[in-house]
Design a protein around this ligand. Structure first.
Ligand code: NAD
Length: 481
């Protein structure tokens, strides 16, 4: 029996309960057992966190870049050292497989180290606008940044605040209420390694904690990772109270465009890998629509089904497990609704769609990796983000139709193109409306390259230098000479 996690928030360097005296319980999605709780923050807690951040701001922004980098590297080092403890909690709280989650911790550490090295690149310019003045620009931090993050990569998104901090801001982080437990370990690490108030963590749901953070008058910069409807609600709420800089990393319904010269074995392996069944499809860049020409359709279908059926499902803490449960009852039920919609709309269910069999799957949010064939563009499973383990195979007739199908959704996050025809690869990558495109690849993120979406998938780019710039505002100065 693992220990019960009795979570705390971090406000002004103190580990605290909520002023509301309320708590949110968190369950292990593999067993539905309550494994911990976190304070359910309300507006007063959010206000205290924002004021603590503001109180820490002058001293933090007053440090040299080298001092800020040193502090961040110390924090990253502790994060790495506490990796095992975080993993143990995170696997139980999310249902994601241990191998996948290990990679999330590494990515968070690397992201911090990357931004720690970039401080002195936050340069301004001198502009030769007139002969009788020196015109120059400087980049200054916003002050307090609010970061609201989703349930699927909890520690990765909560922990990677290198960009706003190196730019001189202080932050208030709001983790998801669906998998909030690792934030408690994060709070301890931050408390040990960074000055009080520089990073604050408030746990709670969207209404109690997220909305007051968005509406807080002292928070001008909001960075949000989550769904399209919440992103739109945040834009509306922010606009009602003040002029704010809101960046949005939102959902996807990502196409894998396969051209006739591709190898069906390679395509099938990458389609299954790209669908992120290890996250049960709950990863924003997942390839949920596989667009295939007639000539490859049957061969890829057969192989995809074989590979999806071979995925070993079970305890996500075991290294050999290929897929665990879904993250929450809500996600599980949403996936079931879409599976039903796929059947009703006339798609052909060729793998999964049901709970796995066996005593260990009687409780919990278990669903087999699911594949639909003969999906067409009118169907809900083609158009809407399921954020579950449901892949759609779609047939196309020619290149124009392939690209048109790829673009025929409200989203534009990632896309994957499969061909060795250089011209076709360049044409498709030019015409696909997505922010992150792989040619002959899937899933991998490359630190230093901008990740983010076109269309309703978002505004702004992360994981690159642009992210850091986005946490500054430019001041132009004219000095008469
Ligand atoms: P969600 O939008 O339901 O919630 C995200 C966060 O917003 C949570 O912390 C929640 O408490 C908070 N929230 C909810 N309502 C709010 C409100 N009115 N005001 C302020 N905060 C509010 O998303 P989710 O279900 O946690 O995550 C899944 C979604 O995130 C998917 O759509 C997925 O594609 C997307 N996502 C995108 C990226 C990316 O980088 N583009 C990465 C991961 C996940």
């Amino acid at each position: 029996m693992s220990e019960f996690i009795d979570g705390r928030m971090l406000i002004g360097g103190e580990l605290v309960e909520s002023r509301t005296a309320n708590w949110l319980e968190s369950v292990n999605p593999a067993s539905e057992e309550v494994i911990g709780r976190v304070p359910a923050a309300g507006p007063q807690d959010v206000d205290a966190a924002v004021r603590a951040a503001l109180g820490a701001f002058d001293a933090w922004a007053g440090l040299s870049m080298i001092e800020r980098a040193q502090a961040l590297r110390g924090y990253a080092q502790r994060l790495r050292e506490e990796g095992k403890r975080i993993l143990d909690i995170e696997v139980r709280d999310t249902g994601n497989t241990i191998a996948k989650l290990r990679h999330d911790i590494t990515s968070a550490v690397r992201g911090i180290e990357y931004f720690a090295g970039l401080g002195t690149e936050l340069k301004g310019e001198t502009i030769p606008a007139s002969a009788d003045a020196l015109h120059y620009s400087v980049r200054q931090p916003y002050g307090v940044v609010g970061r609201i993050v989703p349930f699927n990569h909890p520690i990765l998104f909560a922990a990677k605040f290198g960009a706003p901090l190196m730019a001189g801001n202080c932050v208030v982080i709001k983790p998801s209420e669906q998998s909030p437990l690792s934030a408690t370990v994060l709070a301890e690490i931050v408390r040990e390694t960074l000055p009080p108030g520089v990073v604050n963590i408030v746990t709670g749901d969207g209404i109690g904690a997220g909305a007051p953070l968005v509406r807080h008058p002292l928070v001008k910069r909001i960075s949000f990772i989550g769904s399209v409807p919440t992103g739109m609600a945040i834009q509306r709420a922010a606009a009602e109270v003040a002029v704010k800089h809101v960046s949005l990393e939102l959902g996807g319904k990502n196409p894998m465009i396969v051209f006739p010269d591709a190898d069906p074995d390679e395509v099938a392996s990458n389609a299954v890998a790209g669908m992120n069944f290890g996250w049960m499809g709950q990863s924003c860049g997942s390839m949920s629509r596989i667009l295939l020409p007639d000539s490859l359709y049957d061969a890829v279908l057969e192989r995809v089904v074989e590979k999806a059926e071979a995925i070993v499902q079970g305890d996500p803490a075991r290294e050999e497990t290929g897929a665990g449960p879904m993250n929450s009852r809500a996600q599980y039920e949403k996936a079931l609704v879409y599976i039903q919609a796929g059947i009703e709309d006339g798609a052909r269910l060729v793998a999964g769609g049901t709970r796995p069999e066996g005593p260990e799957f009687e409780r919990g949010y278990w669903l087999r990796p699911t594949v639909f064939a003969d999906v067409t563009r009118q169907m809900r499973i083609f158009r809407e983000e399921i954020f579950g383990p449901v892949m759609s195979l779609v047939r196309y007739q020619d290149v124009d139709e392939a690209i048109e199908l790829a673009n025929d959704v409200e989203y534009g996050l990632t896309a994957s193109i499969w061909t060795n025809d250089l011209n076709l690869a360049m044409r498709a990558s030019r015409d696909v409306r997505a922010g992150y495109v792989w040619v002959n690849g899937v899933s991998r993120h490359f630190l230093g390259t901008g990740f983010g979406g076109f269309k309703n998938s978002g505004i702004g780019r992360e994981e690159c230098f642009d992210e850091m710039l986005s946490y500054t505002e430019t001041k132009t100065v004219h000095v008469r000479v």
